[in-house]
Design a protein around this ligand. Sequence first.
Ligand code: PLP
Length: 442
Amino acid sequence: MKNLHIRTELPGPKARALIARDALVVSPSYPRDYPFVMSHGRAAEVWDVDGNRFLDFAAGIAVCSTGHSHPAVVAAVKAAADRFLHISSDYWHEGQVLLGERIDALAPMREPVMSFFTQSGTESVEGALKLARFVTGRQRFIGFLGGFHGRTMGSLAFTASKYTQQKGFFANMPGVTHVPYPNAFRPLLAGPDQGRAVLAYIEDVLFVSNVPAAEVAAILIEPILGEGGYVVPPDGFLAGLRALCDRHGILLIFDEVQSGIGRTGKLFACEHSQVAPDIMTLAKGLGSGMPIGMVVAKRSIMQRWTRGAHGNTYGGNPLCCAAALATLDLVTAEYCANAARVGAYFLGQLSALAERFEVIGEVRGKGLMIGMELVTDRATRAPARSLCDALITRAYHNGLILLSCGASTVRFMPPLLISTAQVDEALELLERSLIEALGTTR
Ligand code: PLP
């Protein structure tokens, strides 16, 4: 059946012209998968420059939490812009204080927190790492294979989801040791409980033979693995990690850049396991598209940072703070609960799809952070990489914006306001795309 929203061949003539101009003046390093050229968006729909309409199940990589150009967010940004565009972090302004207070009330730490304002996920991670080193006086860190934390030299030292992100940049920040992210679908260690196995590996192998616990400043982890494959860790794992950190005076940092701000049906993904970090990093969904991130730490930790120890020029920009406050209003009032409800429906429908298509090895996730892992066969679970790429491309041609993650996982991260009717539309487009992709890759 033809999608009436797609009116031209894809990419259309205006998109092709723009992409040709871009190729001459824009860095080729951006990992672009297919030629969508944005014109405008509303809620969960986006239009390209040729007038084709798409359902957006990528939300600018989990950024447009309240959808595209939510009127309340746009109004807040416009009102802030009318007052002043910038003052720098050398001075005070109310939006920044309000946002700090708001996060203090909402953070999962169960004790007062303080915040440092950034403009991106990677800058939040850099800040968290510097804070951990500064307050512990320790140099080493533990990160996770499959983790993604950004692309600047500190965060890149942890990023281990695809080698292309590392290639050509050695040596970055020293002192990071990686351990497996517990993944029941693709276990790297022996034993039925990958969570326990990873904890035992850290405590009984790493700490004993190579990385003394007393030298480790912090363990940095995504409470649900994002770029590395949308993997939910086994029950009890984060609690075990918390206990391990407490035993050794190690700080626990949760990177909630992708999983935070209602995406998983709770405000922060770590709330599913009721485990609190010492430090948390935020960005992406916090500003609905305006570039804002935060390093959030227990007050007992962040207040030990001395004047001048860390800073920036743009942190806490007034337009971004206004966007974040409006976003938090919308997410806490409505969209977080919507993510839980519609996400559960979506997961159920995808599981039904998995019963009909052998190539779907696993469907998993929380709220509207859902992954569908494709395999060449269910027994070996070998990743179906080219099928995944073909599916993402076919989905674009059918009017559905998707992204992949991990080796062969389709990730679904629509705006948190998505309706079940839009999920049904996406499922129809997805199934059609999967059938077409199977036709081209067999
Ligand atoms: N941390 C996580 C968990 C992420 O998913 C990302 C980006 O995808 C980052 C950090 C880096 O964020 P940014 O691209 O804003 O630097």
